[in-house]
Design a protein around this ligand. Structure first.
Ligand SMILES: *Cc1c(COP(=O)(O)O)cnc(C)c1O
Length: 371
């Protein structure tokens, strides 16, 4: 496929020249995976998130699978239907049943009232998701989890650098898993970070990411995965993490400009960011609803024709995906906020080194199509 003139995402990797030199050093040094850079990156992530410990893994998805194992989850886990499919995939890989929950209007995060109604005697956990980087309603989720004896395993893939009531993402759930894939604000090219509250859990995760090895390195204490992080990836992740606040500030300015330009468009709305939290601005999503001049799908096609890459996001809702349809029979139509968001959401080009001029051009095209 031809590169669009305005791509939806570009990874921002600070100091590529410095990295090349560091790569040479790593490759000549001989320790290329789970070495000193991974250990330093884990400490830096713990300092940044306020978690007791952080464990570096190969992706957010593998981190969610390993965290669900390490937490000993069983039976059912409540997960939003309006999320990226990997949230639910991780549960299925652990033999758990995802129970799909509706979203709150506005924030589009998991709806704590609906989640409370979905708790059964088989439920072992809730998996809230940082939607587009926005923390969920942790006060109410922690209250619910505490009252019903449930674990909170967070899909924080998009949330690194966000805050809730002044505290950083990563310190709320029993485990919170960040993604470092190229579509995220902080990237390691590929990778994930599991932030945990409990040191014992971190020890289990370090074994599970390395096949389940026991302390002697020969015996296996559990059936783990091969999901380590390499020193090369850690080197990239560390440089990116060091610039996390700048990357988010750059995005906040671009999102502010988008919102200003698009504010008057009939039928168009944005995610609500409550005053008690901040987002990482991983995605700039607009919702093209009834009353708009054109539907979401038509706007998507016209923007593509104009060289502007967008993404229907998240779409379809997970329970409407082919892989989940059979197990979710009868659910369709029962999660109105999630289903509507998946029909209306369109992610616009946004990356940390995007220029204001490019935002003006994309916004101008949106005004032409939807104005
Ligand atoms: C990116 C993303 C994932 C998957 O992350 P990987 O590191 O690619 O496994 C999971 N959940 C959400 C919400 C995401 O945005």
């Amino acid at each position: 496929m031809q590169q669009p003139r305005y791509p939806i995402i570009r990874p921002t990797i600070p100091d590529a020249a410095g990295l090349a030199a560091e790569f040479a050093e790593i490759l000549q040094g001989g320790i290329v995976t789970v070495g000193p850079r991974v250990a330093a990156f884990e400490r830096e992530c713990a300092a940044r998130t306020g978690a007791a410990d952080c464990v570096a893994v190969s992706s957010c998805t593998s981190g969610l699978i390993l965290a669900a194992r390490a937490l000993g989850l069983t039976g059912e886990v409540i997960v939003p239907a309006f999320t990226f499919a990997a949230s639910a995939h991780a549960l299925v890989w652990c033999g758990l049943r995802p129970v799909f929950c509706d979203s709150q209007p506005g924030t589009l995060n998991i709806d704590p009232d609906h989640a409370a109604r979905l708790v059964s005697d088989r439920t072992s956990a809730i998996m809230p998701v940082y939607i587009f980087g926005l923390p969920p309603d942790f006060d109410r989720l922690l209250d619910l989890a505490g009252r019903r004896g449930l674990r909170l395993l967070c899909d924080a893939a998009q949330g690194l650098g966000a805050t809730y009531r002044g505290r950083p993402a990563g310190g709320f759930g029993d485990a919170e898993v960040f993604s470092l894939s190229p579509t995220k604000v902080v990237t390691a090219v590929e990778g994930g970070i599991v932030a945990v509250r409990d040191a014992g859990l971190a020890r289990k995760l370090r074994s599970l990411r390395d096949y389940g090895k026991a302390a002697d390195g020969c015996d296996m204490e559990a059936v783990g995965l091969s999901a380590r992080m390499s020193e090369l990836h850690a080197a990239v992740g560390r440089r990116c993490l060091a610039h996390c606040d700048e990357l988010i500030a750059a995005r906040a300015a671009l999102v502010g400009l988008y919102r200003e330009r698009l504010a008057g468009l009939a039928g168009v709305s944005f995610q609500t960011i409550p005053a008690d939290r901040t987002t990482s601005h991983n995605y700039m999503v607009i919702f093209i609803g009834p009353g708009a001049r054109r539907g979401r799908d038509e706007a998507y096609a016209l923007l593509a024709d104009a060289g502007i890459q967008t993404k229907k996001y998240f779409h379809p809702a997970v329970h409407e995906m082919t892989a989940y349809r059979a197990s979710s029979a009868g659910l369709r139509g029962t999660l109105p906020v999630a289903e509507r968001a998946s029909r209306e959401g369109l992610a616009l080009p946004l990356y940390s080194h995007m220029t204001a001029g490019d935002v003006e051009i994309v916004a101008g095209e949106m005004l032409r199509i939807l104005g």
